[in-house]
Ligand binder design. Structure first.
Ligand SMILES: [Zn+2]
Ligand SMILES: [Zn+2]
Length: 640
């Protein structure tokens, strides 16, 4: 019997029944067969060695795919477990899944705690075992036989897992001397694992519950080549160097304290960045005729009942009791309240679009374990807006928004990527409106010359959306802005209406959108993106003035006053230290410009300019320098 396999490019090929993914890859090219790690069958990742018995959609997965990496790291966890068992017989195994970057295994070593030397030995053993290039063999087991196997072996954790799998197909994977209970998928063989690094050991309660025993969790990461491991190590070190929590402290931008988990204390220098961003976004919105509003933070629960948050989002809200009854909450979103600005008076079709922006302070109850610097906070300042428009205005509004997003991110040197999420099953709202809206979103992206990916059926139940991701200076991706259309949530629940041209009452469409997302997170991202060396317009201190001796004190004062008169943020370093010492110190503070002033500069009313990371730029007339900084500030130019 022949089966038909459909490839991602739409090509259909016929194969004999029970062909494997590996054989399919080989039929295309031996290069692909060499690089193949796993195969995707109808959206599910399979072993390359598994037989395909019916028509299917097929995709050969290599290292560049999520599924390929998943199989690779899954297999690596088994390899690590085999190494642990070889070196420490009697170790009991919990779970060992792949994670975002690498894998871990939770193990119980009967009181032995792993030392760095142990990790080293395990790593070496893994290299040794991988060289055998033995296959990962999948075996379907009867539940009773699986139980018997782990009873014999004496692995209580696996038995506990099996307990919950009664009645299901149980799969074992054998690799070398190790057998594991696992769904897979895995690599065809271990030889593909060429580079290994065990990263750390941490305590982890069995199944995440503190009522259970504390196990040891070994984290590791593996790669198909040595070079990829080297790149990974460099990337991790670079990310550590750029860590915004560390830079925030060193540059005195913001700090965290146990008294307010999940909320930063903004220090004066960080507040300058915050204010510059606010000013920038307000100026941009003014140009686009937004109207700024501000709505209450503490609101009655009636509002959330009406918006639907009470039923679906209550766990994430901070609520307050009054006379034994929950009556108020801190707003987790601005959306519902913006409808009060719309409904404040009767709106005509001529009033639309109405673009209400709000820099709102939100509170969301993130579990404390999930909090991490600025990237996960409980108090969020959002650059939010809700646009109310007629259906025929969707295209032009989306067009404007995409232009705005593109321009804003360009200023920071961040590359934006766009993803369009379409109508999910069970969506609400008029079908024709959905169609028109999706077409408008696609057309707006296309007319802006943007490549975008489509996430089928990934829209919210109340409208399609565009997600915007950015790539920072070291290639990390961040989800930031969203443009969300809404036919239902605000318009229906809050009974929004405008008087149409023919005198009838119609529902407007709402567009929720944020550009930075949250100021906290965005400032965290750009702190890491710029590694603390902000462009002039954002730098808390733009210029440091460094007199060479006490004799230039008066002239240095004059330099400072001149710059201040030009609204330049300047600091004078009058300390009785050698100028080279001062230069080194201001270099670590990442101030964009230093001005060295000595007798010669004083005589000619000049300054000797040093630029961060670029060193000596020569002498310049004081007035000329002030003008240069003013221009850099206004143009928001990026550091060279
Ligand atoms: Zn596995
Ligand atoms: Zn909203």
């Amino acid at each position: 019997m022949a089966i038909k396999l459909t490839f991602p490019d739409g090509n259909v090929r016929e194969y004999n029944e029970n062909i494997t993914g590996a054989e399919v890859a080989q039929s295309i090219s031996s290069g692909l067969a060499r690089e193949a790690l796993a195969v995707e069958i109808n959206g599910e990742v399979w072993d390359l060695s598994r037989a395909i018995s019916a028509d299917a959609k097929i995709k050969i997965l290599k290292w560049d795919s999520e599924g390929g990496k998943y199989a690779f790291w899954h297999s690596s966890a088994h390899l690590m477990a085999e190494a642990v068992e070889a070196l420490f017989p009697g170790t009991k195994f919990g779970i060992g899944p792949p994670i975002e970057e690498g894998f871990y295994y939770d193990i119980d070593m009967n009181g032995h705690s792993l030392s760095p030397e142990d990790l080293q030995r395990i790593e070496e053993k893994m290299y040794e075992l991988a060289k055998r290039d033995v296959p990962y063999i999948r075996e379907e087991k009867k539940w009773e036989d699986a139980i018997e196997y782990f009873k014999q072996k004496g692995d209580p954790y696996k038995l506990e897992l099996l307990d919950e799998l009664k009645g299901e197909t149980i799969t074992f994977y054998h690799s070398g001397n190790f057998t594991d209970l696992c769904y897979g998928p895995h690599l065809p063989a271990m030889g593909k694992i060429k580079a290994i690094k065990l990263l750390s050991v941490a305590g982890a309660y069995w199944r995440g519950s503190e009522k259970n025993k504390m196990l040891q969790r070994i984290y590791g990461v593996t790669f198909p080549t040595r070079k990829e491991l080297d790149d990974y190590v460099t990337r991790i070190e670079e990310a550590k160097r750029r860590d915004h929590r560390k830079l925030g402290r060193e540059l005195e931008l913001f700090a965290f304290h146990d008294v307010a988990p999940g909320a930063p204390f903004w220090l004066p220098k960080g507040m300058i960045i915050f204010r510059e961003l606010e000013k920038f976004i307000r100026e941009e919105l003014d140009k686009q005729e937004y109207l700024e509003i501000n709505t209450p933070i503490l609101v009655k629960k009636d509002l959330w009942e009406r918006s639907g948050h009470w039923a679906h989002y209550k766990e994430n809200m901070f609520c307050f009791e009054q006379e034994g009854e929950t009556t108020y909450s801190l707003k987790p979103m601005n959306c519902p309240e913006s409808t009060y600005a719309f409904n404040f008076k009767t709106r005509s079709y001529r009033d639309l679009p109405l673009r209400f922006s709000e820099i709102g302070r939100l509170h969301r109850n993130e579990v404390s374990g999930a909090l991490g610097g600025m990237f996960r906070v409980r108090q969020i300042t959002m650059d939010d807006a809700h646009i109310y428009c007629r259906p025929d205005q969707i295209l032009s509004e989306i067009n404007n928004l995409i232009g705005l997003v593109k321009n804003v991110y360009h200023i920071f040197g961040l590359e934006a990527q766009f993803k369009l999420s379409t109508k999910p099953d069970g969506a609400m709202g008029d079908a024709a409106l959905w169609e028109q809206a999706e077409a408008s979103l696609a057309r707006a992206l296309e007319s802006n010359g943007l490549a975008y990916t489509v996430k089928e059926k990934d829209g919210a139940f109340y409208g399609p959306k565009i997600d915007i991701q950015i790539k920072d200076a070291i290639g990390r991706e961040w989800q930031v802005a969203t443009i969300q259309l809404d036919f239902v949530m605000l318009p229906e629940r809050f009974e929004l209406e405008y008087v149409a041209e023919d005198g009838t009452r119609k529902r407007p469409v709402a567009i929720h959108r944020a550009i930075f997302g949250s100021f906290e997170r965005f400032i965290g991202i750009i702190t890491e993106h710029f590694a603390g060396a902000f462009p002039v317009w954002l730098s808390p201190v733009q210029v440091a003035v460094l007199p060479i001796t006490d004799n230039q004190k008066e002239y240095a004062e004059k330099v400072v006053q001149t710059l201040k008169a030009n609204n330049i943020r300047v600091e004078l370093d009058e300390r009785n230290e050698k100028v080279n010492f001062k230069i080194r110190e201001w270099e670590t503070k990442k101030v964009p410009y230093m001005l060295v002033v000595g007798a010669k500069e004083q005589e000619h009313t000049t300054v000797s300019v040093r630029q961060h990371k670029h060193g000596d730029k020569g002498a310049m007339a004081l007035a000329e320098f002030a003008e240069k900084i003013k221009q850099e500030y206004l143009s928001k130019s990026l550091p060279a």
